[in-house]
Design a protein around this ligand. Structure first.
Ligand code: UD1
Ligand code: CA
Length: 412
């Protein structure tokens, strides 16, 4: 592997998001934005990832505390993107390799795009390569300025553009690959002479060109990948694009999604071959679904749900933190929370686990081939042996199972 590190900028206070939470912790399809950027970096291979944090830094570090390849760098005052990179100087000033720089608010970045950037760097050996995108609506983005021959001259931020420059549709999504040494030389020279009075990383490119370095811009970014998330509206827009990707990947893997726009599937979900997801299904959190299942319409699967193969969950069925073995059926209006359900169990319409006693969550264990009649309430903690038959409308507690209760028949 080439000597390569990544810097991710994630210190900014997001005024436009109107939030108390660090912007990069806002979630896109169930994962914080920063997760995707880290993942894309790891996909191309980097030795270390320096994440520059500032606003709400402790929450960001806590959320990613298991990331051993991350070095947290604090930017105390948000003086601009160039200043944020400068905060890494103590770690990187003598580093002689390549430095990938990305923004934590660009969750749609893909490893393939970074690979293009790196390949270009390897074939043409520039001191800096940036990926650009051409947008129908470039508002808000830094514009790519080229000369009459198409050579890159620099980047001008939206707020500093002339009327002519505002018409340029080629923008900077903030995906850069630099030779580290010339980068830090250029950073030293950046001045905050712009409308916002900030130190702009984008100025490093023109400064490098002026010092005789080769800088290359490749139009390698699809419009839907270029987006930086600066507002709640953009957060939901990024969520839609990510949702399309998640569903696209699942469909390629042999999952049928009957009505993609009316289905929501978390980025962490795993779904097996030939499973059918019916419309209005919401799958949230770490959920594993086996093969040949049928889920929905209107099913709600929450974190910790594990379904075996051939499971059928129908309309208004909610499952949380439960594992359902092969062949379980819960076709209508059920809630299974904190339960272990054995093979071929039938859960009748409207039956639920009463898993919370007002103080704590309790588990329900249901053995293989039990039959739970419609409208039953299973009061946890509860264990039903294999083959137990619960009549419709029963309220079942462990005491009623152990004692005499007319609602319970023990099947031989
Ligand atoms: C930046 C680029 C712009 C590009 C756009 C793409 C600059 C000057 N502009 O603009 O050319 O089109 O991204 O989305 O780089 N940050 C810090 N410390 C700071 C300031 C920012 O860590 O002092 C972080 C932010 O948390 C954010 C990222 O850097 O993750 C980008 O900052 P932001 O203010 O969102 O820049 P844009 O105006 O979007
Ligand atoms: Ca931004």
């Amino acid at each position: 592997m080439a000597d390569r590190v990544a810097i991710i900028l994630a210190a900014g206070i997001s005024k436009r998001m109107n939030t108390k939470l660090a912007k990069v912790l806002h979630e896109v399809c169930g994962r914080p934005m920063l997760w995707y950027v880290l993942d894309a970096c790891r996909g191309v291979g980097v030795d270390k990832i320096y994440v520059v944090v500032g606003y709400s830094a402790e929450h960001v570090e806590e959320r990613f505390k298991d990331a051993n390849d991350v070095v947290w760098v604090t930017q105390h005052e948000q003086k601009g993107t160039a200043n944020a990179v400068m905060c890494c100087r103590e770690y990187l000033q003598d580093f002689d390799g390549q430095t990938l720089i990305l923004c934590g608010d660009g969750p749609l970045i893909r490893t393939e795009t970074l690979r293009t950037l790196i390949d270009k760097g390897e074939s043409e050996k520039p001191a800096a390569t940036l990926a650009t995108a051409v947008l129908d609506d470039p508002a808000g983005y830094g514009r790519i300025i080229r000369d009459a021959y198409g050579n890159l001259q620099g980047i001008v931020e939206h707020s500093d553009c002339t009327d002519e420059q505002l018409k340029i549709r080629e923008v900077n999504p903030s995906y850069y690959l630099f030779d580290n040494k010339p980068l830090f030389e250029a950073l030293e020279k950046i001045e905050p002479d712009n409308v916002k009075g900030e130190y702009y990383l984008t100025d490093a490119l023109a400064l490098m060109i002026a010092s005789g370095h080769k800088v290359v811009a490749v139009t390698a970014v699809r419009p839907e990948e270029a987006m930086g998330v600066n507002s709640r509206a953009e957060l939901s827009e990024a969520g839609k694009i990510m949702q399309d990707r998640i569903q696209g990947r699942l469909m390629e893997n042999g999952v049928t999604i009957v009505d993609p726009p009316n289905t929501w599937i978390d980025a962490r979900a795993e779904i097996g071959q030939d499973t059918v997801i019916e419309p209005f299904t919401y799958i949230h959190g770490e959920v594993k679904i086996g093969g040949n299942c049928r889920v929905g319409p209107f099913a709600f699967l929450r974190s910790g749900t594990v379904l075996g193969d051939d499971v059928v969950l129908g309309v208004f069925t909610e499952v949380k933190n439960s594992s359902l073995a092969d062949g379980v059926r819960a076709r209508h209006h059920s809630y299974l929370g904190d339960a272990t359900v054995g093979k071929d169990v039938n859960v009748g319409a409207g039956s639920i686990t009463a898993n919370y006693d007002g103080k704590k969550i309790n588990r329900t264990e249901i053995g293989d081939a039990c039959y739970i009649g419609s409208g039953s309430v299973l009061i946890a903690p509860l264990t039903l042996e294999a083959g137990t038959h619960i009549n419709a409308g029963a309220v079942v507690s462990q005491d009623s199972i152990n004692g005499l209760c007319k609602d319970v028949d023990k099947k031989e």
